[in-house]
Design a protein around this ligand. Sequence first.
Ligand code: PAF
Length: 284
Amino acid sequence: MDIHTTISGLRSRLAAARAAGQRIAFVPTMGYLHEGHLGLVDVAREEADLVVMSIFVNPLQFQPGEDFERYPRDYAHDRALAEARHVDILFVPELGEMYGSADQTRVVPGEASVRWEGEYRPGHFDGVLTVVAKLLNIVQPNVLVLGQKDIQQVTVIRRMLIELDWSVRLRVVPTSREADGLARSSRNVYLSAEERVAALALSRSLRAVEAAFERGERRADALRQVAHEVLEAAPDLITDYIAVADPERLAPVERVDIGTVVAVAGRVGATRLIDNVILGDEDV
Ligand code: PAF
């Protein structure tokens, strides 16, 4: 595995690969890798000759008071996991390499960013789009591989790719889950054993919504109520939102269909967790 810490070094390496006709798939991450990230690597491998992964905890996407400082980091472990999963190139830039002194420009998302996470984390998606745009310019991949768990992130990035005419293909990989249904997340490390039990209500609520959909329920309000009842019954979980939304722009819908997104977010102690399902998919 090649490791690069500079933009220029990575660019030269990738220019040579491109000149040799190699297709590039890119997996951006903030590190503290788990099986969810490594599953993205497997999909990237199906898509291309060369798999590039980045590890960069992007300060722009954290709001003041969020967990940027304490976000879990373990570079040695990440490096070993990436190598064992046959990542070809690991890009691990320092903060100064990514933002230098010219930290003023932002990529501002549209309507798809306003609700849900956007309400709880104002400015978050400006930070995400800005770093993803930079990383895409640096790597210039043929395929970008993202996890469905961050469904609103996927949606705003997809809008950026479409609306700013990027020629990169987006491949979205279903959420990776623990055996008990908990969506894998680097932030799960914050949870105590009791909090982890409370957190399971998120995936349980989505399973209940899927079951109601399969029984024929098509009213968004009724599905929201199904999720609400499961979440409300969980002690120690504070629900932030239950979104029943269209997959293109994440606007709320009144009636659902195959492809409608149901996303939930909640807080357990100091930890904020998100999860979602796409109705008609079998992924919770
Ligand atoms: O999903 C993440 O880990 C981050 O938001 C991303 C896409 C790597 C941008 O920092």
